[in-house]
Design a protein around this ligand. Structure first.
Ligand SMILES: NC(=O)c1ccc[n+]([C@@H]2O[C@H](COP(=O)([O-])OP(=O)(O)OC[C@H]3O[C@@H](n4cnc5c(N)ncnc54)[C@H](OP(=O)(O)O)[C@@H]3O)[C@@H](O)[C@H]2O)c1
Length: 338
């Protein structure tokens, strides 16, 4: 058996293309003392990884010939480290390849709450980001109007539903009419806006006639600029990410309305990283499991089959062709996994 690796073939000058990647065939690496050999099972597609593809040469950047970075759930094949054995399922940065070597302190054990897919979408980084960002930073409540951008994505589809569970009036922004219908008809949001439709400011005015109290910002850029003037006094902007800027040659460094609107409207703009709230992880997972079990929230997993489709899966995130959490199935667990 061989190790297939999806590597960066060229550095994009603008939007990333599938042709910027190519498959390479290599030997399966041999784990040394203290190391694990891990077989990738499910790759998580995370848009922020795009910002690491660059020829700037900074530490941590990915250049031509490098295996594309990505986190995943994998299965331990060989363990030369105490506390691990073959068949263990672990979460780690495998990159886009079949096999990787891992140091034990760089892997997390799989908590077995739900399936592999549920872990990567709801109980892991994406779901917890939506949950903590909305609940802890946004603090939605009955009577509040909440807007979520990239509301049909991995983080966004959870964030919007969390706000609904906490009693708010929730409006989602997505990239197509079809996705907008899905938000209202299937996920139960109160209204949805297509960012590629009529001018955003007019759509926001119509969908949020009483203004916006909380904006959960997954994308930054022009959408943030359109939302800020519609914010109510003492509103909160939850800065989760800036997906509109990851796949452009020259990211926008200034946002219209900052700081003037922040001062005039007494807005609070707060960034967060999901790990900030990991001391509350267990309770969050229990709440999410309860809501899911009771049918109060819906989970959407959007999985493509095969490592060879990872470039297509990833590039598609920037066109918004995913519904919920995008994953790639590289392999299934062996009969010994447990
Ligand atoms: N703070 C944290 O700890 C943390 C942790 C994880 C992720 N994040 C951030 O959360 C955000 C969402 O991540 P995710 O994994 O859930 O991705 P995702 O929402 O599943 O995928 C990205 C979505 O962004 C939208 N989008 C892409 N390009 C855009 C553009 N130019 N303008 C506007 N919208 C665009 C697309 O949706 P539509 O086409 O439907 O609009 C797309 O589906 C990202 O910014 C990510 O970096 C933050």
């Amino acid at each position: 058996m061989r190790n297939r690796q999806m590597v960066i073939a060229k550095i994009p000058r603008g939007a990333l293309q599938v042709s910027d990647f190519e498959m390479r065939d290599t030997e399966i690496p041999e784990p040394g003392a203290g190391q694990l050999l891990v077989r990738t099972l499910r790759l998580s597609m995370d848009p922020a990884t795009r910002a690491r593809i660059s020829d700037a040469g900074y530490p941590g950047m990915l250049g031509v010939g490098d295996v594309m970075a990505g986190s995943a759930l994998g299965e331990v094949v060989t363990a030369h480290a105490e506390g691990f054995g073959p068949g263990d399922i672990v979460e780690c940065h495998t990159g886009w390849q079949d096999y990787s070597l891992q140091e034990p302190d760089a892997v997390a054990t799989f908590d077995r709450l739900g399936t592999l897919e549920e872990h990567l979408s709801l109980y892991g980084v994406s779901g917890l980001t939506g949950y903590f960002g909305m609940r802890e930073v946004g603090e939605p409540a009955a009577g509040k109007t909440v807007v979520v951008s990239a509301a049909g994505g991995a983080v966004g589809h959870i964030a919007g539903q969390v706000a609904k569970q906490l009693g708010a009036h929730v409006v989602g922004i997505v990239g197509s009419d079809e996705k907008a219908r899905w938000l209202t008809e299937t996920l139960g949001l109160d209204a949805a806006i297509n960012r590629r439709g009529e001018p955003l400011s007019a759509q926001l005015k119509a969908a949020c006639p009483d203004g916006i109290d909380i904006y959960f910002d997954n994308v930054g850029g022009e959408i943030l600029e359109a939302v800020l003037p519609r914010m109510n006094e003492h509103g909160r902007v939850v800065c989760c990410g800036y997906a509109s800027q990851y796949d452009v040659a020259a990211p926008v460094t200034e946002t219209k309305g900052v700081p003037a609107l922040l001062v005039r409207k007494r807005l609070r703009m707060e960034g967060f990283v999901v790990m900030d709230y990991y001391d509350k992880k267990q309770a969050a997972r229990e709440t999410l499991a309860q809501w899911l079990g009771a049918g109060r929230i819906k989970l959407s997993v959007d999985m493509l089959e095969g490592l060879e489709r990872a470039p297509e899966a990833f590039v598609g995130l920037f066109g918004g062709d995913n519904r919920g959490k995008r994953l790639v199935r590289v392999a299934d667990p062996s009969a010994n996994a447990g």
